[in-house]
Design a protein around this ligand. Structure first.
Ligand code: ASP
Length: 309
């Protein structure tokens, strides 16, 4: 038995702005990513490998706000965050504020496996990646015209913006931190998340995605969780760990824990977003309190399912 779920970001999608072609492009990209994880799980690979493989496909796709499609910072750069965690060992790796790294999730994995640390940031993290021979790309690889226009819309404002909230006048709402959660045939859980963060962010702003317990968490005693949404709220609500705690200490099912955190606590708090979660029985929950969330899921005995709204 195995299961896998992925997300490509949550936000205020306006359904009427989606053409059938655009919707298909997202659904195809999600299906490709979940298939990359599925083939690993089917061949008795680990949930950690499946999570990394699915996220890598999404990082390489310009439709999503991670890797190649990462949003611009106020300084017209890309600063990416990623993390992943393994439920059997509670080992985790994370990276924050790195530039030009082709696949930040790969760097997070290296930090988990080849360093004595959990979270590395900025230049130091890039140096660690170079030492371990990960791929770097030049700025042109990360340039995307829509992301650039999103930045120009808000560059003179003070705040940072979730990428999907910026595009009021552009009828093409691209957005999406990416993440994956999986249960493998050995009963082990894993979770991972990768993002470019928020458009126009500055001062080295870091959101929830690389924060273990906030944006990502996995524990074989409970569940694996990957979040997407307004990171500041997700950090303050310690969202991913909160779901796990509600299961571990209060005995809630995955579904009830997700409902409580996403549709009750976060809503009262003002935190827009959603998450994907999976438990040790392979149950999958994909709650969100925004208008939509790009998502896909599959178990050992079902087909690939994709959904946006
Ligand atoms: N959670 C991410 C952040 O705040 C953004 C997102 O999920 O789209 O950096």
């Amino acid at each position: 038995m195995y299961s896998i779920a992925i997300h490509g970001g949550a936000g205020t999608l306006a359904k009427h702005l989606f053409t059938p072609e655009k919707e298909k492009a997202y659904q195809d990209a999600l299906a490709l990513a979940i298939a990359a994880g599925d083939v690993i799980l089917k061949n008795k690979g680990t949930s950690l490998d499946a999570v990394q493989a699915a996220i890598t496909v999404l990082e390489d796709c310009p439709l999503f706000n991670a890797g190649k499609g990462a949003v611009f910072t106020h300084d017209k750069r890309h600063e990416m965050d990623a993390s992943l965690m393994e439920g059997i060992s509670l080992k985790a790796g994370a990276v924050a504020g790195v530039s030009n790294v082709k696949n930040p999730i790969q760097l997070a994995r290296l930090i988990m496996e080849k360093s004595e640390h959990v979270l590395l940031c900025g230049k130091g993290a890039e140096d660690f990646g170079r030492l371990n021979k990960i791929s770097f790309e030049d700025d042109a690889y990360f340039f995307d015209e829509l992301r650039w226009n999103q930045l120009l819309q808000v560059i003179n404002e003070d705040g940072a913006h979730l990428d999907h909230n910026v595009n009021v006048e552009i009828p093409d709402k691209k957005f999406g931190t990416v993440g994956a959660v999986a249960l493998d045939v050995y009963g082990n859980l894993a979770a991972g998340t990768s993002t470019g963060g928020m458009t126009n962010k500055r001062w080295g702003r870091v959101g929830d995605s690389p924060i273990i317990g906030a944006g990502t968490y996995a524990n074989n005693a409970t569940c694996a969780v990957s979040c997407t949404g307004h990171g500041e709220y997700f950090i303050r609500a310690v969202v991913a760990y909160d779901i796990s705690c509600l299961m571990e200490y209060a005995g809630l099912t995955l579904e009830l824990a997700c409902k409580k955190v996403v549709n009750d606590k976060l809503v009262k708090f003002g935190g827009e977003g959603g998450l994907i979660a999976i438990d040790t029985k392979g149950n999958i929950c994909l709650p969100f309190n925004s208008e939509g969330m790009y998502r896909a899921w599959k178990t050992h005995d079902t087909e690939i399912n994709t959904s946006i709204f």
